[in-house]
Ligand binder design. Structure first.
Ligand code: CO
Length: 660
């Protein structure tokens, strides 16, 4: 304790003890990197794709007592500059040793952020590329932008067996210009990302002899380049005079009846651990772990080489690696608690992303209300939600991830997608089959963004079952004489193959995750319903080179028995993946998924034919899902919300107390 400036005694907060699920600290990452460098002895040729927390097994985590010592280990994926294959394994941080290391000759590491600019530099340094640029009448190479795309798994001369970037090209008219308004069509470069050797320069226009002109009308979004702005609205302030209602200690958050731990990885970004809700003095677990474990963006045009645009932004680039620092009053409004994130650079040095995670509280509108027309009494309650969010920039596009916990027990995930649509050049005014001409000569091709949530459920404990709920109407006749009958028919999904499911609007289908060992006060199994408003119909042919690698998109629901090594639905090593060792293969074993520790996988997303309104930067669109209690509580969990009237609210008339 120490005297504060006003003479009072303040208590220094005790250092927060490490929890087994806490992300690696900067010291731990540095230590892991040292151990790896000592072990492999490759000096600066050792490239670190991933150093990440090796999550202890569930029994260890569940048995952990606050303050007790924690065994720490890291998972790693490293590779050697200039060589194919990766080593993947574990580092024991306490023993200071590599405990597991396996060389995987066919696995390819994801792209590291450091490699992006090197790929561009390699392309620009190639005389064939320079000639192709000159041929298009472009004389300033410094204004040319070469975006590195992962190359997928396509036949391409000289590409087999290598780690390849396939690039697309844009140009600026001046330094701050939005280059996506100026696509350079028909010019692509295949670059070996291990050696930065240019494999090929594909100048498709050179072969045909005709160029699609580069559209050169500047279309910008930077305020410094725009002519004036509309009148701002009056201030709208979120004021919490007594501070927010949540408490953050390290990575643990306690808010209202909720508690959880926040994690973060270079690959997945935000992770929620051990989400539970306390009711009647009992803490009831719901989720052991939740994340968006993969995503893919297939583009839908067969024209040119645009079929190569089929990126797995999590597995190939790292959703967390590309997370941005958030800005108070811009990205985040209100009373904000930020968490920094510590990842690492390509050499394994710790890299801090300050303020990468935003935690705050929001008014979520009306919770419930009733006016009794006989007594003329009204009861009204408002609800709040806790928000945990982060924002990732993948090249031209922004993915803004929001997890919401509502006071009524609902858990929601919302993806807000914004940023710049990917563009190509077209002949101005020519009819377009596979895209929208968003500005003269600029086309945005049709595409989808399909995410996969990995929901490691523990509703009232680990033994859970998924039940499919279809609504059916019996035929009009003796059992349904007036033709009005309809009912929900429940069917447990007992094995993995039986649990490969798709939404069905005709049956108003939904799924719920129940614990049949736990009963509510009318004898039903306690559970959570998965609401799937953003299921998308995939159009990639499953037999094609991109469809084979994205098997998770073909069902909206998959259920697997928990396995620590089944982490990513399209596979552990996504770059140039084949689709092997992924959800379709795992579930083909048809393991039982009844009354056991299960993982629920939900594919959802956005179906996107660009609009003119999406250019030059897209107003955010959203997709997501909800986990909603069904029979988990014995009644409305918000019945005990106190009557409250917000005294800062002002009206044009005095409305009195809003709550009685
Ligand atoms: Co889109």
């Amino acid at each position: 304790m120490a005297p504060a400036q006003d003479g009072s005694i303040v208590t220094q907060p005790a250092p927060i003890a490490l929890h087994p699920l806490d992300p690696l600290t900067a010291d731990e990452i540095a230590r892991a990197a040292r151990i790896l460098h000592d072990h492999f002895g490759l000096g600066a040729a050792l490239q670190v794709e991933t150093i990440d927390l090796a999550e202890p097994d569930k029994a260890t985590v569940r048995g952990h007592v606050a303050g007790a010592p924690v065994a720490r280990a890291a998972r790693f994926t490293v590779y050697r500059r200039g060589a194919a294959g990766v080593w993947a394994g574990w580092v024991d941080l306490d023993a200071g040793a590599v405990t597991v290391s396996k060389f995987l000759p066919d696995a390819r590491p994801m792209f590291s952020p450091e490699e992006f600019m090197q790929i561009e530099a390699a392309a620009k340094a190639d005389p064939r590329f320079q000639e192709a640029i000159r041929r298009r009448g472009i004389d300033r190479m410094d204004l040319v932008c070469v975006d590195p795309w992962t190359a997928g798994n396509f036949p391409g001369e000289g590409e087999a067996g290598r780690r390849v970037a396939y690039t697309f090209v844009w140009r600026r008219a001046f330094e701050l210009d939005n280059y996506y308004a100026h696509p350079v069509e028909g010019l692509n470069v295949a670059v070996d990302v291990d050696t930065f050797a240019v494999i090929r320069v594909d100048d498709h226009a050179a072969a045909s002899g005709s160029f699609v002109p580069v559209p050169m009308t500047p279309i910008n979004y930077d305020a410094d380049l725009l002519q004036g702005s509309r009148q701002p609205l009056k201030p709208l302030d979120v004021v919490q005079p007594d501070g927010p209602s949540f408490v953050v200690a390290g990575n643990r958050i306690v808010w209202d009846n909720w508690d959880l731990r926040v994690g973060f990885s270079g690959r997945e970004g935000l992770i929620l651990h051990q989400v539970g809700y306390t009711v009647g003095g009992e803490r009831r677990p719901i989720l052991y772990r939740a994340s968006i474990a993969e995503m893919v963006v297939p583009y839908g045009t067969p024209e040119g080489v645009h079929y190569r645009k089929n990126v797995f932004d999590s597995g190939e680039y790292g959703f967390g690696k590309l997370a941005q620092s958030l800005k108070l009053g811009c990205d985040c409004l209100g009373h904000i608690h930020y968490l920094d994130v510590v990842l690492h650079d390509i050499l394994g040095n710790p890299r801090v992303i300050p303020s990468a995670i935003c935690i705050h509280e929001e008014d979520a509108g009306l919770a419930w209300k009733h006016f009794d027309f006989r007594t003329e009494r009204t009861e009204t309650r408002r609800m709040r939600r806790l928000v945990v969010s982060s924002i990732t920039t993948v090249g031209n596009y922004e993915y803004c991830s929001y997890w919401y916990l509502y006071q009524d027990g609902t858990i929601e995930f919302e993806m807000k997608a914004t940023g710049i649509i990917n563009t190509a050049a077209c002949i101005p005014g020519a009819p377009q089959e596979y895209g929208t001409e968003v500005a003269p000569g600029v086309i945005g091709h049709i595409h989808q963004h399909i995410f996969c949530a990995r929901l490691d459920m523990e509703v009232d404990g680990p033994a859970n079952t998924v039940v499919e709920c279809d609504t059916v109407a019996p035929p009009m006749g003796p059992g349904n004489p007036m033709g009005n009958a309809f009912k929900v028919v429940e069917r447990p999904l007992t094995t993995e193959l039986a649990a490969r499911r798709r939404v069905d609007f005709e049956r108003m289908r939904y799924w719920k995750v129940v614990n049949r060992q736990r009963r509510n006060h009318v004898g039903g199994a306690t559970g959570f319903k998965l609401e799937t408003p953003s299921a998308v119909q995939p159009y990639l042919d499953p037999a094609g080179p991109s469809g084979r690698r994205a098997g998770f998109i073909y069902n909206h629901l998959w259920v697997t028995p928990y396995r620590a090594d089944e982490r990513y639905p399209a596979g552990e090593f996504m770059n140039h993946s084949t689709g092997a060792d992924a959800l379709p293969g795992w579930t083909a074993r048809d393991r039982p998924v009844e009354d056991t520790d299960i993982v629920v996988w939900h594919s959802f997303g956005l179906h996107h034919l660009p609009r003119l309104e999406d250019h030059p930067v897209q107003p955010r669109v959203t997709c997501g899902f909800k986990l909603m209690p069904v029979g988990f509580f014995d009644g409305n969990p918000l019945i005990d919300l106190p009557r409250e009237t917000n005294r800062s609210s002002k009206g044009n008339q005095s409305a009195g107390s809003c709550c009685v």
